[in-house]
Design a protein around this ligand. Structure first.
Ligand SMILES: Cc1cc2nc3c(=O)[nH]c(=O)nc-3n(C[C@H](O)[C@H](O)[C@H](O)COP(=O)(O)OP(=O)(O)OC[C@H]3O[C@@H](n4cnc5c(N)ncnc54)[C@H](O)[C@@H]3O)c2cc1C
Length: 435
């Protein structure tokens, strides 16, 4: 069969590799690199070059089983990562780091702040209530995170300085959106990922040499089949074929098409979307993320002992935007004297002379309708010669992307084990930036 695959993020790359074991695949990619959010770039600082991940960075062995299987099959090594979180609130002056007592009390006055100590007890209360709720199935009633927190009777400080910063950093969203997330979705994720346990949390990991290593290994056997900088403009289905118009070809015919891009992008390409496709694909709103790679440490907490891998900054005024700064040197274990930082959604606060490069990503912001739409996947995928995969069919992370591609491959009778190691060639650098 001739199968067109649209997108080379984790979902498209896995789908392409698996389907190529039995079919003739053609892969369309709008960018000039493969990987989508798995986007590693080389940064030169202090006379050394470091491969830094500017989108997907971390995973763990407990909750990413299929992604880990894939890495094993491709023989891609990973390393433990430091997943500490700090919070800095410009309005109250609060700063803390969540991975150790020293960090928690980075600001020694936190020991004397009743509001901070109340926040710590609220964390324990929330963890207990959240674990009970996740186990009992009581969250299927469609309530939002905000409604769940109201019932938990936790204080404002817990919500503003702990829960929403952590969740907003995880989903690259803003705190207001987090409160509108379905509680079933967020609490379920926290329970699965051990985020409501003080002990026994999974060890997070990064890929040695950056995420491009696994993307290159995955697509190595498909070098001739991937068309870069070749966005698909439209997709039309007839009873026997799928017609694709892309930037470089006016009309090509395939037997099947796999959309491995975001839901809104897929909907825009479809010239003959069914009403189910319109309803389902429009139920995933996307949040734009401007990710700035830089070396400006002013975006980190003022106290060095509060510095963490994920640094959340709450603005002085209520209408200001919150931001998160990832310390990629810590996360990826880079021996760089200068911290290599990636900040989401706060470009104006970064010293422009310290900016290396800017990336534009977008990430699903889940609403109640999104969960309903996820349950309707089979209504549109595997029908009319059309298949849908992408991390948005799950929690929005890499394991979800892999699982969604595995589900598409299963439709064609192909399993993940079809993906075995191929000879890999060092990928050409995606970008070389010197400072
Ligand atoms: C800043 C950031 C950090 C993240 N960190 C993590 C993390 O540490 N761990 C984790 O598990 N997840 C993380 N994520 C979530 C991440 O989105 C998912 O893990 C996953 O990478 C998404 O994969 P995907 O294949 O669904 O989509 P994408 O990676 O977005 O791939 C979609 C692809 O489709 C292509 N495309 C779109 N339109 C067209 C078109 N018309 N024609 C051709 N191609 C097209 C795009 O160019 C893109 O390559 C992060 C996300 C962001 C934004």
């Amino acid at each position: 069969m001739r199968i067109a695959i649209i997108g080379t993020g984790v979902s498209g790359s896995v789908a392409a590799r698996l389907l190529s074991t039995r079919h003739e695949v053609t892969v369309f990619e709008a960018n000039d690199y493969a990987g989508g959010h798995a986007n590693t770039v080389d940064v030169a600082v202090g006379g050394q070059s470091f491969p830094v991940d500017t989108g997907f960075m971390v995973f763990n062995r407990r909750t990413y089983p299929n992604f880990c299987r894939l890495l094993e099959m491709l023989e891609i090594p990973s390393q433990p990562s430091d997943m500490s979180l700090s919070v800095r609130c410009a309005k109250t002056g609060l700063e803390y780091q969540g991975s150790s007592l020293n960090g928690l009390f980075a600001q020694r006055t936190n020991l004397l702040r009743p509001s901070f100590l109340k926040m710590l007890t609220d964390i324990l209360r929330f963890n207990r209530r959240g674990m009970q709720a996740a186990a009992s199935g009581e969250l299927h009633d469609g309530r939002t995170v905000g409604e769940f927190l109201h019932n938990c009777r936790v204080g404002r400080r817990f919500v503003e300085h702990y829960l929403t910063p952590m969740a907003a950093a995880i989903w690259s969203s803003n705190p207001r959106e987090i409160l509108e997330f379905p509680a079933e979705f967020m609490i379920g994720f926290f329970a699965n990922h051990g985020l409501m346990q003080l002990r026994g949390r999974p060890q997070w990991r990064t890929i040695v040499g950056g995420s491009r290593k696994y993307v290159a290994a995955l697509l190595e056997p498909l070098r001739e089949q991937v068309r870069y900088a070749c966005p698909v403009l439209s997709v039309a289905r007839s009873p026997h074929e799928v017609h694709i118009t892309s930037k470089y070809a006016s009309r090509e015919s395939f037997d099947e098409v796999v959309f491995a891009c975001h839901a809104d992008q897929a909907l825009r390409m479809l010239v003959d979307a069914s009403s189910a496709e319109r309803q389902i694909l429009s139920a995933f709103p996307y949040q734009p993320n401007e990710a700035v790679l830089h070396t400006d440490t002013a975006l980190l907490p003022r106290r060095r002992r509060a510095w963490a891998s994920w640094n959340y900054h709450l603005p002085r005024s209520d209408d200001g935007a919150s931001s998160v700064t990832y310390d990629l040197s810590r996360l990826q274990n880079h021996a760089s004297q200068t911290p290599l930082l990636l900040t989401l959604n706060a470009k104006s606060e970064i010293d422009s002379t310290k900016i290396i490069r800017t990336f534009n990503y977008s990430h699903p912001a889940y609403a109640r309708d999104s969960l309903t739409a996820q349950k309707r996947h089979r209504e549109i995928s595997g029908r009319r010669k059309t298949h849908y995969c992408g991390a948005y069919w799950g929690y929005g992370f890499h394991e979800d992307g892999v699982n969604s591609a595995v589900a598409v491959a299963a439709h064609f009778g192909i399993e993940l084990s079809a993906c075995t190691a191929a000879s890999t060639k060092e990928p050409s650098p995606i970008a070389v930036v010197s400072r």
